[in-house]
Design a protein around this ligand. Structure first.
Ligand code: F6R
Length: 615
């Protein structure tokens, strides 16, 4: 939430910063602003609404040219999305400018203190106090990094801060506690950003900042300390994707591009993890085999779409390892005093690696002695850093706010973890593992085939643009798929959409069914557990008898559903546990098209932000 950028080097800071903000707009789009150091002064511009409003403002009222600057795109927490609340915030003399991501929990007390000392604060934000505190500290030490350290020691909560001072040319200072901040190191230039996407067009060399660190950027060096000024450990890394991965690449929306990238993303998640003999080699899982053998409970924590991946993983984990598995919303986890010990394995799933609820859940788990394995897409992010081990999903950057390829790759990673546990604990034979691995390897092609047949789904979505409610039903692993389908529709089409376990319908929700109400049903394979299949066919008949318009997602060759499907969406035959990998894809396309038909912003749905860095 909130995207921040800082730059020092030979280029126009305004150009670099605004281009960076464009790449970070997925993190929030309530307002945007920039500050540039020029001729011993600071010049700022900020505007409520999307970045395009700021760009218009800059075209009408250009800022003086400078080569050091900062910028911000906001997801509002404290104070509405107004010009006054937009970042950067400055002190009364206009000498220091600061941008912030996170929440400063003790800002009210600090604000009162500053007001008593004669400062005038003009916004409703928690951030503005930092500009005033930095100005005070700078007047004592004339060193922005030192001023930042002194201020950070007084702040409570989660914050990434980036600041410039008119009296310290060619210097940008950042600080990080609990919110993301990465350094980009170029030739004679340096960058700071919430995400490497902001500077990937300039450099792929990055430095990951740790917790409670302050970084000072100059053209020729980057200095990192802890909040007390002591030397800090940092990790340098090379970003393994380039600027084109963060572009729309000819698609109208990032979401469409990311849906289309799923076959490759799924294949990339498997890459290098299966040896020639078909066994799993998860070298990154640094938790020793003997520890994994002792695990007597698995708890998955995640939010939103990642939580749905966890719900599906439970079926695979319990089936393949016979270890009990709980799945919990990360935001609820630590508040219910969960039972955890050294024999508990906690799996934290997060695309961004920055979701605060998930981070807090994993910290709680580790405090209780549990081992934490992260499944994550973002190299260098906080969740994998703070976990005992990580399995990266290698989906590439996901820019659209609604998660698509991250979900499919999280599923693949979960299946790999479940199989690996089965391998290590001896609950799966090598040939059984090889068989599942073969099935997993063919999923990429199956997803490709689904994508080729989506035109009728798009047409159907357009025809439903005027509807108010869509229900989604599933059983077994199809139930979380139904939840995911409903979530996608809510967040993109702003429609009432709910997912139910099909068997639960008659215990209440069936009362919602009205004449011509669209109900999407995810049908399990008729092969294997055919009892599940038969039961859901009965459920389809029950809702149809009450007037529902049935939209049935069923395997190729499943003829039993044909008489009861008003619309039939075919997916390739897949083993039951893996079916979510193909069944979810039409639901993503459906939501995307419905949102477009309703005139909504697909990549930036209202009120949302991609990386939720506040609790
Ligand atoms: C929905 C969506 C969110 C995220 C959730 C967790 O499309 O994107 O529900 O899945 O905010 O985010 P991560 O995976 O970054 O922890």
């Amino acid at each position: 939430m909130c995207g921040i950028v800082g730059y020092v080097g030979p280029q126009s800071a305004l150009d670099v910063v605004t281009a960076g903000l464009k790449r970070l707009e997925y993190r929030g789009y309530d307002s945007a602003g920039v500050a540039v150091q020029a001729d011993g002064q600071l010049a700022t511009a900020k505007k409520a609404g999307k970045l395009v409003n700021l760009e218009k403002e800059l075209a009408d009222r250009p800022l003086p040219a400078g080569t050091t600057g900062i910028g911000h795109t906001r997801w509002a927490t404290h104070g509405g999305p107004t010009d006054a609340n937009a970042h950067p915030h400055i002190d009364n003399a206009g000498r220091v400018a600061v941008v912030h991501n996170g929440i400063i929990e003790n800002f009210a007390a600090l604000r009162e203190e500053l007001t008593e000392r004669g400062h005038e604060l003009g916004s409703e934000t928690d951030t503005e106090v930092v500009a005033h505190l930095l100005a005070e500290e700078f007047s004592g030490c004339a060193d922005l990094a030192e001023a930042m350290r002194l201020v950070c020691r007084r702040l409570e909560g989660a914050f990434t801060l980036v600041a410039v001072h008119a009296d310290e040319p060619d210097v940008v200072v950042g600080a990080r506690r609990n919110s993301p901040l990465v350094v980009g190191v170029g030739e004679g230039e340096a960058f700071l950003a919430s995400d490497v996407a902001a500077f990937i067009a300039h450099t792929r060399e990055a430095v990951e900042l740790g917790q409670d660190q302050v970084v000072e950027l100059r053209r020729d060096r980057v200095t990192v300390t802890d909040f007390d000024g002591g030397t800090a450990d940092v990790r340098a890394y090379h970003v393994d994707w380039d600027a084109s991965a963060a572009e729309k690449g000819g698609y109208d929306y990032f979401m469409l591009k990311e849906i289309a990238e799923q076959p490759k993303a799924v294949a990339d998640t498997l890459l290098g993890r299966i040896d020639a003999a078909g066994s799993l080699t998860l070298d990154e899982v640094r938790i020793p085999a003997n520890v994994l053998r002792e695990v007597d409970k698995i708890v998955i924590v995640a939010c939103g779409t990642a939580f749905h991946a966890g719900l599906i993983a439970k079926y695979a984990i319990e089936h393949w390892t016979r270890v009990p598995c709980e799945v919990e919303l990360a935001s609820e986890f630590r508040y219910r005093d969960p039972i955890l010990d050294q024999q508990t394995l906690v799996v934290a799933i997060s695309q961004s690696g920055e979701t605060m609820d998930t981070l807090m859940a994993l910290r709680h788990a580790r405090e209780q002695g549990a081992k934490v394995l992260a499944i994550c897409n973002t190299n260098g992010s906080t969740i994998p850093r703070e976990s005992d081990a990580v399995l990266y999903t290698h989906a590439g950057p996901e820019v659209a706010v609604a998660s698509t390829k991250a979900f499919l790759t999280q599923l693949v990673a979960c299946y790999l973890v479940a199989l690996y546990l089965g391998q290590v604990r001896g609950t799966k034979w090598a040939d059984e593992i090889r068989a599942v691995v073969r099935d997993l390897s063919s999923v990429s092609g199956a997803v490709e085939r689904v994508l080729e047949t989506m035109e009728p789904v798009r047409e159907l979505a357009r025809s439903l643009a005027e509807k108010n409610t869509v229900l989604f039903l599933g059983r077994h692993v199809g139930y979380p798929v139904a939840l995911e389908g409903a979530l996608k529709l809510k967040e993109l089409a702003y429609m009432h959409a709910e997912g139910f376990a099909a068997g639960e319908l008659k215990h209440g929700p069936i009362a919602l069914v009205e004449d011509d109400m669209p109900v999407v049903v995810v049908v399990p394979s008729p092969r294997g557990r055919s009892v599940l299949h038969d039961k859901i066919v009965s459920n389809i008949q029950e809702i149809r008898a009450r007037g529902a318009r049935t939209i049935v997602i069923a395997e190729e060759g499943d003829e039993a559903v044909v008489p009861y499907a008003d619309h039939l969406i075919r997916i390739p035959a897949t083993p039951t546990l893996l079916q979510p990998l193909v069944a979810t894809v039409p639901l993503q396309v459906f939501a995307c098209e419905l949102a477009t038909a309703r005139g909504n912003e697909v990549d930036q749905p209202r009120n949302l932000a991609k990386s939720v860095t506040v609790e």
